[in-house]
Design a protein around this ligand. Sequence first.
Ligand code: ACO
Length: 449
Amino acid sequence: MTHDAPSDLPSGYRLAPLTADDKRAVLDLDLWAFPDSRSVDDLEAHPLPLTWDRTVGVVAEHDDAAAVPADGAVPRASDLVAMHSSYPFAAFPVPGATLPVGGLTWVGVHPQHRRRGLLTAMIREHLRRCRDAGEPLSALFAAEAAIYGRFGYGLAAYDLRLTVPRRAALRDVPGAERHTVRVEHATRERHGDLVADLHERAGRTAGGATADGTPVNRPGWVTRETPELVETFWDDAPAFRDGRESLRIVVVELDGEPRGYARFRRSLTWEDAGPRGTVRTGEVVALDAAAARALWGVLVDLDLSHEVVPFVLPVDDVVTHLLVDQRSATPRIADNQWVRVVDVAGALAGRRYPSPVDVVLHVSDELLPENAGHWRLRADAFGPATCERTDDPAELSLDVRELGAAYLGGISLTALAAAGLVTEHAPGALTRAAVAFGWPVSPGSSWTF
Ligand SMILES: CC(=O)SCCNC(=O)CCNC(=O)[C@H](O)C(C)(C)COP(=O)(O)OP(=O)(O)OC[C@H]1O[C@@H](n2cnc3c(N)ncnc32)[C@H](O)[C@@H]1OP(=O)(O)O
C-alpha cells in the first residue's frame, strides 16, 4: 500500500491505492463492514471481483488514529480503515444505447472510524475518477437505502422478489412444448459462453425492436464485463453455498439452440409432513415467452421441492404474466440500482427517448456544481439527442438526484413531481418530459454488484 496525495478527507487520514498484495487487509476490512461467519483465512484463496486499479483505500495515520476515542476498539492488524472500488462498465445499458458507467462497489468503513466523513470523501474521489474516465454516470446497489441520496444518487430501478409455490399454474405459451431441457452441473467451462451470450441478448432485445429494426433494450441490464466479475460469478466453492448443493443449471433449447437458462441450488429438509425443499435460482433468463414458459415449467416442478425462490427479477418480468395466480408467489419489491448523473450533457445526450422532446431543465447539484444550471434537451423519438447549456427560462426544475432516478426510464417524472421533487414552470412541460423520459421496458439488473 503506498500513500497518495492528501484529499478532502478529514485530518489523520489519507487515500491509498490498493493492489492485489493488499488482499488480506481488504478482506479484513470487508468483514468489519459486512459481518460474516467466514474468516480472512476462509476467503483468501477465493478470487475477488475487484478491478484493482479502481480500488482505493483510506489509511489512518497513526498519530491521529491514537487520538481517536478508543471505546474498547480492537487493535487493528492493518491501517486500512475504509475503501471503495468501482467496476468499469464500458457498455452499461441505458435507454436505447450503452454508455461507460462507473459501478460503485465494496464501500466500507471500519466501525471505529464511521461518521467522520470518510464515505463523503470517498464519494468525491469516486465521482472525480468517473469524470476523468469519461463516465457520465455512476450506478450502485445500496446496502442501506438511506445512504446515497445525499450524494445525488437517485433510486432508478426496482426489482421483484417472488416465492413461487411448487406446481404454480402457468399460462400456456404456444411453442413452449417444442423446447428440450438440459439439467446439469453448472460449470464455467461448459456454460460460461452460453450464459454470457443469452444474458446479453436477453437484455439487448428485451423490448423487441422499433420500426427500423433498432432493438429496444432493458436499461440497467449490466453484463459481467470484467474477467474478475466472470471468475467470481462461476466460483462454486463450498464456502459460498450456504449449506446448499453445488451449482446446477437448467438450459432450454429449441432445435438444439439454447434459448434460456437458470442457475440454481436446492436445499432439502425432512419434516413430519415429508420433504421440504427450496430451489434458489440466480437470474432466470429467456429470449422469448415460449422459452420462458419452458424454463419456468421446469423450475416450478422439481421433485422434493415446495417452492422456487428466484433471486431478483425485473418488475415486468414475463413470469408475472405467466403465473395464473400472482398472489400465490407473494410478490415483494426491492430497490435495484441507484444512478448518479456525473455529466448532465453526456448522460442526457447519451440515451434515447421514446417520444420527441424539447425541454429546458434547471438542474441543481450541490456536489458537482459543473452540472448545475439550465440545460436544453432535444431529441427525436428513438433518435439522436442533444443536451446543451442555455440561458432560456427553465420549464422544469429538479435536483440531480431526481434526474438520476428518472434516467433509466423506470421512475416517472410525474410521480417525482407529485412528491414535490420536480417543479413545473411551463404548463405541459412535465407531461411532455415524463413521456419522453419513460421507456417501454422496466430497468433493472439481474445480479447485484
Ligand atoms: C455501493 C456499496 O458498496 S453499498 C455498501 C455500503 N457499506 C456498508 O453498508 C457497510 C457498513 N457501513 C459502512 O461501512 C459505513 O457506515 C458507511 C460506508 C455506510 C458510511 O460511512 P461513513 O464514513 O460513516 O459516512 P460519512 O461519515 O461520510 O457520512 C456522511 C453522511 O451520511 C450519513 N450516513 C452514513 N451512513 C449512513 C447510513 N447507513 N444510513 C443513513 N445515513 C448514513 C451520515 O450520518 C452523514 O450524514 P450528515 O452528513 O448529515 O452528517
